[in-house]
Design a protein. Structure first.
Length: 511
């Protein structure tokens, strides 16, 4: 065969192998969703970023799913579950489900997914959320038995917090391949990922559940909020999140889009390095941490900077989480008391400390609220040496690796598990990757709270925890967030209170 014929044949092969969805894509069948920062990977158990959790919902399924109207967790890839005793659960699986590569979903995939995340050698981010599961036993193709390390009150909630991945992919393709090649059972499939630019998803027409209204979803990475806003109003984007409060009127008066607001399961706070992970620093002294909380007028910041889009919290526990204690009242600003505490701690003239700041990816008006906090701290003599990290992935990695500044911006979305344990274990327990606080008394209470099925006892434990954390001023406490979304008038969508955008629920707006 001549070279010319070979070249033509090669070209034909290339054309045939190109993904058809890209060529067929039109505006009417494509939904565009914007995020400010790209995900770390396409392996949700291996990432703490909200973007990975959200996009994971589109390509993967979980054993259970939350009903957004009732807030209750119900069936998904699992159709039923029951606890045989305090440490044994049986789960029935949905038959007839296939992964994107055509492989049937069975009990072997459930066991492989949990075994992978529980393997301490892998050090996957999600391990702490599921570590109370001791083993997963295959009963038959469509039923499994879980054994837990003591009573596990969050078992059902956390069925909705781990994506199901393919045993075949885990064994044959391996960890590194899975970081960029998601093979799930979800309503969409990944067509391509152009890093830091966009992801293109195509509808899974063999999906076992309701089919999405839009054939394609483009996820555009647009770091600048002003650009996101302009794209929304001009029609280049259909859904944006973390809209700054002072831009809501611009959207609502545009005639092209509107805002949707909801309290969300995310608590914002400033972490203070009580555990000395960054080295010696003033925050190892409780009096300094108390002074920090007394120096800031958080209520005024919520009212005037956030335009009321925040619910004051006395600790890190969100008002929407099980175990929240509404009787515990937050710190109130008292600059004189803050100065006295600083003097008692050996800082009569205050001190200067490093403050790490990042982009407002999930927390609206973050630069403005942090500016107000810094100004209030200065009035008490606490001066900040600011360090800005513009990408959320590197920012999170610095925190995880103990290389953050002694004070840094942080918020936590609980992996969308509506329970106090989902923040306490990961962000306040000794030795956890994202915790800069260590108190053995708190650790004991955290274990108590996740080791009984009696919800009344658990509520009592969490009340004790909140009093301890408040008295010790573990971090600088701020608020539970109210999320603001910008939504094109061409689609129907509502702000999700679990902070998980589901583009497969978006429908065209009828005129």
């Amino acid at each position: 065969m001549g070279r010319r014929r070979l070249a033509i044949l090669a070209l034909l092969v290339l054309v045939v192998s190109l993904p058809a969805p890209v060529a067929a894509q039109t505006k009417d069948d494509t939904l565009v969703y914007a995020i400010q920062s790209d995900m770390q990977n396409w392996d949700p158990p291996n990432s703490v970023l909200r973007e990975s959790i959200i996009l994971g919902y589109h390509v993967f399924d979980h054993l259970a799913a939350r009903d957004l109207k009732t807030g209750k967790v119900g069936p998904s890839l699992a159709t039923a579950w029951r606890n045989l005793d305090d440490t044994t659960w049986e789960v029935r699986l949905r038959p007839g489900v296939r992964f994107h590569d055509g492989t049937p979903f069975t009990a072997r995939d459930v066991k492989a997914s949990f075994d992978r995340v529980l393997d301490p050698e892998r050090k996957l981010t999600a391990r702490g959320s599921h570590v109370q599961i001791k083993s997963v036993e295959i009963l038959d193709d469509h039923s499994v038995r879980f054994k837990t390390d003591g009573p596990y009150p969050l078992f059902v909630e956390r069925l909705a917090a781990l994506v199901m991945q393919s045993e075949k992919v885990i064994k044959e393709k391996g960890h590194e391949w899975m970081q960029e090649n998601p093979i799930g059972t979800g309503p969409y499939k990944l067509v391509r990922w152009t890093k830091k630019q966009e992801h293109l998803l195509v509808r899974n027409d063999d999906y076992w559940g309701p089919k999405p209204a839009f054939k394609y979803v483009r996820i555009r990475i647009i770091p600048e909020q002003a650009t996101q806003l302009a794209e929304l109003i001009s029609g280049g984007v259909d859904v944006i999140k973390a809209v700054p409060p002072d831009q809501m009127d611009v959207i609502n008066k545009s005639g092209a889009a509107r805002t949707s607001t909801s309290p969300i399961l995310r608590t914002a706070f400033l972490q203070l390095d009580q555990a000395a992970r960054t080295g010696p620093n003033p925050f190892t002294d409780r009096r300094v941490r108390q002074a920090m909380n007394l120096a800031v007028d958080v209520d005024a910041i919520i009212k005037h900077v956030l335009n009321g889009l925040g619910d004051r919290t006395a600790t890190t526990i969100n008002p929407m989480a099980f175990g929240y204690d509404p009787t515990l009242k937050p710190y109130r600003q008292d600059v004189a008391a803050a100065k006295k505490l600083l003097a008692d701690a050996g800082y009569p003239n205050g001190f200067e400390v490093g403050f790490q700041q990042g982009p407002p990816i999930v927390e609206p008006a973050l630069p403005q609220t942090s500016e107000a906090i810094v100004a209030d701290l200065a009035k008490a003599g606490i001066r900040t040496r600011r360090r800005y990290v513009g990408e959320i992935g590197p920012y999170v990695n610095l925190v995880r690796d103990g290389k953050a500044e002694p004070m840094f911006e942080w918020s936590w979305g609980y992996y969308s598990v509506f329970d106090a344990d989902a923040i306490l274990y990961d962000v306040m327990k000794c030795g956890e990757a994202y915790s800069y606080y260590c108190n053995k008394a708190l650790d004991d209470l955290i274990i108590q709270g996740r080791s009984t099925l009696d919800q009344k006892k658990r509520a009592e434990v969490y009340a004790k925890i909140q009093r301890l954390v408040f008295d010790d001023a573990a971090y600088l406490f701020k608020w539970g967030l109210r999320g603001v979304w910008g939504i094109s008038n061409r689609v129907e969508y509502q702000a999700p209170r679990d902070e998980i955008d589901r583009m497969f629920l978006v429908t065209p707006r009828t005129k």
